[in-house]
Design a protein around this ligand. Structure first.
Ligand SMILES: [Zn+2]
Length: 342
C-alpha cells in the first residue's frame, strides 16, 4: 500500500531517528486512549465510501498485536471504571480501548476472529435499524452517487451552498465536502438532500447489495466470544439535527432493542458522526437520562484519568494509514495521552 502525506513522512523520520525507541522508555501518561475503527478490508474492492475503511485484515491484526505488546488494552467495563473514577490504580499507564462503529458485516467476519484469537476485547457500537440488512447508509449513498455521477460539476444549495467539481478537486475531496454539508445540524431534510444530490449528479440508482451489516445472531456470538456491544442509536441520524424528543427516542429505543435482542443493559453510546457539531449539551443529558454510563465522541483529543467527561469520551480515528504511522502515533499517545501530533 502506498500512502503519502506529511504525517507519513514525519512518522518515517521519527522512526528512522530513533525517536520512537526513546518514547518507549519514557513514562506513560495516565490516560485512556480510545481508538475507533469502522470497516476492516480493502476499499479498492468496494463501490461505496472508501473513507470508512480503517485497515486491511492483515494490518488490523498487526495493529492489535502491537497494542497488546506495548500498551494495556482494556475491556469496556474496565474503561467505564476508569471513566467514572471507580478504578483506583497506583500505576500510571496508558490504557487502550478498541471500538468499532456501525456494525458492518466485516466487523463480524474479519475483526471479531482476529480480536478473539488475540484475546482482546473490541467494543462494537451497533445501529438497531441496520442489523442484518443490505442498507446503504447516507455516507455510502453519497459516495456511490459521486462515483457514478454523469454531471462532474454541479452545485448544491441545501443546507448551504456548495460547488462540486469532481474533475478539479478529485473524488475524495469532493466526497468529504458533500458529507460535511450533509451532516450539518441545519440539515433538517436528509431525504430531500439525497434526492437533490441524485438529481444534480445524475448518478446511478443504488445497486442491489448482498447483506452489509451483521445480524443479531452474529452479535450474540460476538458477545459470547468476549466482545462488548454498545448503542450507535436506532437510525444513525445525526442527533443535533433532531428535536430533543426524537433524540430521546433514538437513544432509549436503541437501548431497549439491545436489551430485548441481546439481553444486555447497554452502558455505552457512540454519537453518530461524533464531531462536536453532531451532539449538544441537551444530547449529553438525554443520554444520561436514557441510562447510559458513558458516550463516545469522534473528533480526537485526550482522556486524562481524573478529568474524563463521561458523555464526551474522546476517540481517535484509525484511518487507512501505514503501520509505521500507527506505531509512531500510538507511541506518542502513550507518552502524551493525546493522538494529536503535527
Ligand atoms: Zn457511525
Amino acid at each position: 500500500m502506498l500512502i503519502s502525506g506529511k504525517r507519513e513522512f514525519l512518522a518515517r523520520a521519527l522512526q528512522w531517528s530513533g525517536a520512537t525507541e526513546l518514547m518507549r522508555v519514557l513514562p506513560a501518561r495516565d490516560s485512556l486512549l480510545v481508538l475507533n475503527y469502522h470497516r476492516i478490508g480493502n476499499p479498492a474492492d468496494d463501490i461505496f465510501d472508501p473513507g470508512v475503511f480503517s485497515a486491511t485484515a492483515e494490518e488490523f491484526e498487526k495493529q492489535v498485536s502491537y497494542l497488546k505488546r506495548r500498551l494495556d488494552v482494556v475491556t469496556l467495563d474496565e474503561a467505564l471504571a476508569i471513566i467514572d473514577g471507580s478504578a483506583r490504580e497506583p500505576k500510571k499507564r496508558c490504557r487502550v480501548l478498541i471500538t468499532f462503529d456501525d456494525g458492518y458485516l466485516d466487523n463480524y467476519e474479519v475483526a471479531f476472529p482476529i480480536l478473539r484469537s488475540l484475546g482482546v476485547q473490541g467494543v462494537f457500537f451497533l445501529v438497531a435499524d441496520f442489523m442484518g440488512s443490505t442498507c446503504v447508509p447516507w455516507w455510502d449513498e453519497i459516495a456511490y452517487l459521486l462515483r457514478t455521477a454523469r454531471n462532474k460539476r454541479f452545485s448544491l444549495d441545501y443546507p448551504a451552498a456548495l460547488e462540486v467539481d469532481l474533475d478539479r478537486d478529485g473524488f475524495t475531496a469532493s466526497l468529504r465536502a458533500v458529507i460535511h454539508l450533509f451532516r450539518r445540524a441545519q440539515n433538517q431534510d436528509t431525504t430531500g438532500f439525497l434526492r437533490s444530490l441524485a438529481d444534480r449528479t445524475q448518478g446511478d440508482a443504488l445497486p442491489s447489495c448482498a447483506r452489509r451489516f451483521l445480524s443479531w445472531d452474529e452479535a450474540r456470538e460476538m458477545l459470547a466470544g468476549g466482545m462488548a456491544i454498545g448503542s450507535h442509536t436506532q437510525s444513525h441520524h445525526v442527533l443535533s439535527q433532531l428535536s430533543p424528543e426524537k433524540q430521546a427516542e433514538e437513544l432509549s429505543h436503541s437501548r431497549a432493542i439491545l436489551r430485548d435482542r441481546l439481553g444486555i443493559a447497554a452502558d455505552a453510546l457512540a454519537y453518530p458522526v461524533g464531531v462536536q457539531s453532531s451532539f449538544t449539551e441537551a444530547t449529553r443529558s438525554i443520554a444520561r437520562d436514557a441510562g447510559y454510563r458513558a458516550a463516545f465522541s469522534y473528533y480526537g483529543g485526550k482522556n486524562l484519568v481524573g478529568s474524563i467527561n463521561a458523555f464526551d469520551v474522546k476517540r481517535n480515528t484509525v484511518d487507512y494509514q501505514s503501520l509505521n504511522r500507527f506505531f509512531v502515533q500510538t507511541s506518542i499517545s502513550r507518552v502524551t495521552g493525546s493522538s494529536h501530533w503535527p
